[in-house]
Ligand binder design. Structure first.
Ligand code: 6PG
Length: 247
């Protein structure tokens, strides 16, 4: 297993964390696009990334025509549903920047069967990438149960080694989702995990302090081999990290 360069960035509160993350991610997008011709990103859903997206929307450094956007997961709801990750990203970011529509690939949620949608999105990924896909950047949030993307504790999707995208049924609302699988996430050149709030303290501790157990804490299975893994954690969520590990 190739080594992972893992970094922990801690901030006093969500506001300062979002500002610092947006600053660093904006620079990464600019540099990657400049060096590689394009920057291929998988966006996270949920609440935590939104202020980061809003700041990226105002970042003049980012060459949006050279950025290609996918998603790490999506709730299986219509795109105009308030729970849609794509809707949130368009509101906070993509609808505010000059990114060509052909560079943006939302996960499809109108197929009769979610598994058909997962297979369709995998075909989109296969057309965009060589095999297997290597995102320049995968953004993730994390739930209080340690889920990342829509990979939840005890899910058979955690054992998937062939498929790049799968449909899952989860205990959260809405119950049906599409998600990238761990092998795809762990092929990324860089993965950033954004976590705030005291309710996530135990999951952060299990993901960062204990020996990783992806089955019970999927965030512990995020291990971008040969890549960079950055955890952005505010003070409330970092309470379970020993002082010695905070330097
Ligand atoms: C989703 C996300 C999910 C999210 C976590 C944390 O579709 O909900 O992809 O993995 O990142 O549930 O969500 P919050 O940022 O809202 O706490």
């Amino acid at each position: 297993m190739e080594p992972v360069k893992r970094e922990l960035r801690m901030y006093p509160d969500p506001q300062t964390l979002s500002a610092a993350a947006a600053e660093e991610l904006g620079a990464f997008l600019e540099t990657t696009a400049s060096e590689r011709g394009r920057c291929i990103v998988a966006l996270a859903g949920g609440r935590t990334p939104r202020p980061v997206y809003e700041r990226l929307a105002a970042d003049p450094r980012i060459p949006w025509p050279q950025v290609v956007v996918f998603w790490g997961d999506e709730r299986y709801v219509p795109p105009d549903d308030p729970r849609s990750n794509a809707r949130m990203a368009y509101e906070a970011l993509l609808g505010r920047v000059p990114i060509p529509p052909e560079n943006v690939y939302p996960m499809p949620t109108r197929f009769e069967q979610p598994d058909e949608a997962a297979r369709a999105y995998e075909s989109v990924l296969r057309a965009a990438f060589c095999d297997p896909p290597r995102f320049d950047l995968v953004l993730l949030g994390m739930g209080a149960d340690g889920h990342v993307a829509s990979l939840f504790p005890g899910s058979p999707a955690l054992l998937e080694t062939e498929r790049w995208v799968v449909a899952v049924r989860v205990t959260a609302d809405p119950p049906v989702r599409l998600t990238l699988t761990l092998p795809v996430i762990n092929r990324a050149r860089r993965v950033d995990v954004l976590v705030t709030g005291a309710e996530k303290r135990e999951a952060v501790r299990r993901a960062l302090v204990e020996p990783p157990d992806p089955w019970s804490c999927p965030a512990g299975g995020v291990h971008p081999e040969g890549g960079l893994l950055v955890w952005w954690v505010d003070r409330a969520a970092a309470g379970g990290i020993p002082q010695t590990q905070r330097e």
